[in-house]
Design a protein around this ligand. Sequence first.
Ligand code: ZN
Length: 307
Amino acid sequence: MKKYLMGIDVGGTAIKIGQFDLEGILINKWDIPTNKTDCGQHILPEIYEFLDSIVNLDEVKGIGFGVPGPVTNGVIKNGVNLGWDVLDVKGEFLSLLGNKEIIVKVSNDANVAAAGEVFHGAAKGYKNVCLFTIGTGVGGGIIIDGKLVDGYDGVGGEVGHMLVDHNRRFTCNCGKSGCLETVGSATGIVNLGKMYRAIDSSSKLNRYEKLSAKMVFDFAKKGDQAALKAIDEATNYLAYALSLVTLVINPEIFVIGGGVSYAGKFLLDKIESQYYQYVTPFITHAKFALAELGNEAGMYGAAYQVR
Ligand SMILES: [Zn+2]
């Protein structure tokens, strides 16, 4: 009898494992450390051994994975955070499972986070969803008709690398410059905060050597002009990127997650008010919501794939 779905979010430092019933109700969850030694070759065998020790695998209907990197057909192409290069995650895990009848699916971690919000979070009940995860970088996940969109090369939903700053002032982790990540992420907010405080000696941001996105938000809320300019500009780029996504897939709802989303309604209001100056006039009532599942979204979404 198949009774369970397993959702596994493989992160660079920890692996989150969730056991769900077939309706998607979380029954149990665990964190195990990510063993990145020997180019990450122990990661999948250790996950298999852990699963085998906590659950009767004959009762598992499916095991879904979220992994950090572009994925197509279960193969991750650039799993550098795990020590992996190109790895057939689905194929390797199926061979670990031997002849057990278990569905295995693998997707990019930002895409599964979007699926998690559909499964049990801010986008529950919606079938066409776009999630922006705004943290150190900007990740994106796209769900169309209830299905995750990985894209042909696995870069579907990689909104963080949309070119939005045409002056290309800051260099991105991807090697290019001007990406949304360089001006719309926590890193981007710090980039802009530093730029605006340098030309405004009255800004309280000048009192600190090191800036964080949270500091820029906190001072913006208090009316500091340099901080406000930084937040207005960052949210302007985010709004612009959301308007472009609207014209491509026209989702029912945008979900904003990641560490920066803890700025809450202040962030959402800034994005929403600027969005309408870019998007087509046909769109007058777009839905925006803050993510609800925090760092468990990936675990939920990983299980969603095999529901
Ligand atoms: Zn980039």
